[in-house]
Design a protein around this ligand. Structure first.
Ligand code: F6P
Length: 319
């Protein structure tokens, strides 16, 4: 029986290094690796092929995923999951690794209840919201991209003495915004997890502006849906001309960081070993610098919360 790898949901940096480690390690273990192309959509359409060493040559430094990914609506229907299972069986695949986020693991959870399939989900989402995991593939690269953007924006912001509101990604989670605001020293950070105290911010920033502050850097998470409101608030209350920038999908691309590459390799080695050792339906997580497996049932419908210490630090900084 064979083992396959696929991506699902939004792409994230670290997927390609993970795919490379998967192929290399499977051959080392004398296992036959397969690729499932285009996520669950490709699984339904039988886009499955044996993976060769040459497929993964020269991909370590690439963002995105060479095997493509998708958000599949069809996978929510039983008849298509049945088709997906039959396609796996037709290739003698009984073990899969899925690189993805919460939506993908939700799909896997349903699949696991219906069919005899062993799998490990590897957290791969820049949102960093996988329950039980401190980190997901793509997060480190995204944070570094945001850091460079904020450094650049600060240069111009300081020169032209304006305020900038920078929106980071994160569907419902403010992790990227929180870490970026702390590490880039933003004056304002708005995320869905905490209620911003606008009154005290107004007092503090007005005072700073009176005493010579010349620009303001605000980081806002996509998930807070407050980007436009924040632009109006800064210009109306603080009387400083304000621009906004949505960083968008730039945060998902680019060259995977060293950390991402190392973590991709670790995630894959542990996951392949687990699948070769026993039947499992789990997600591998990285918690307190250790890897562990959590049963898919325990992950389902749960979201990771931002660490309390990070929220406290952010609270102090932006008050
Ligand atoms: O889940 C990752 C993510 O990049 C979110 O931060 C964002 O809300 C969403 O995907 C964007 O999705 P899409 O690429 O489908 O527009």
């Amino acid at each position: 029986m064979a083992i396959a790898i696929m991506c699902s949901g939004g792409d994230s940096c670290g997927m390609n290094p993970a795919i490379k480690s998967f192929v290399d390690y499977c051959y080392e273990k004398q296992e036959e690796p397969y690729f499932i192309y285009e996520g669950f959509e490709g699984l339904i359409d039988n886009k499955i092929k044996k993976a060769k060493h040459k497929d993964v040559a020269g991909i370590l430094h690439l963002g995105g995923t060479i095997i493509k990914t998708s958000r599949s609506k069809r996978f929510f229907e039983k008849k298509y999951r049945q088709k997906a299972y039959e396609n796996l069986k037709s290739h003698d695949i009984d073990k899969i690794i899925v690189l993805g986020g919460n939506g993908s693991f939700e799909g896997l959870h349903v699949f696991a209840q219906e069919f005899e399939i062993s799998f490990v989900g590897i957290p791969a989402t820049i949102d960093n919201d996988i329950y039980g995991s401190d980190y997901a593939l793509g997060v480190d690269t995204a944070l570094n991209i945001i850091k460079s953007a904020l450094d650049d924006i600060r240069d111009t912001s300081a020169s032209i003495r304006k305020a900038f509101v920078v929106e980071t990604m994160g569907r419902d989670c403010g992790y990227l915004a929180a870490i970026s605001a702390i590490t880039s020293g933003a004056e304002i950070c708005v995320i869905p997890e905490i209620k911003t105290d606008f009154d005290s911010l107004e007092k503090k920033l007005k005072d700073e502006l009176k005493h010579g502050r010349e620009y303001i850097l605000a980081v806002v998470s996509e998930g807070s849906k407050q980007t436009n409101d924040l632009v109006s608030w800064i210009s109306n209350k603080l009387k400083i001309e304000t621009r906004s920038i949505v960083l968008g999908h730039i945060q998902r691309g680019g060259n995977p960081t060293v950390f991402e590459r190392l973590m991709a390799n670790e995630f894959v080695i542990y996951s392949v070993d687990k699948l070769l050792e026993e039947k499992t339906q789990s997600v591998i997580v990285y918690k307190n610098s250790k890897f562990k497996f959590i049963d898919i049932k325990k992950i389902s419908n749960k979201k990771q919360k931002i660490n309390k210490k990070i929220l406290e630090q952010l609270g102090k900084m932006t008050k």
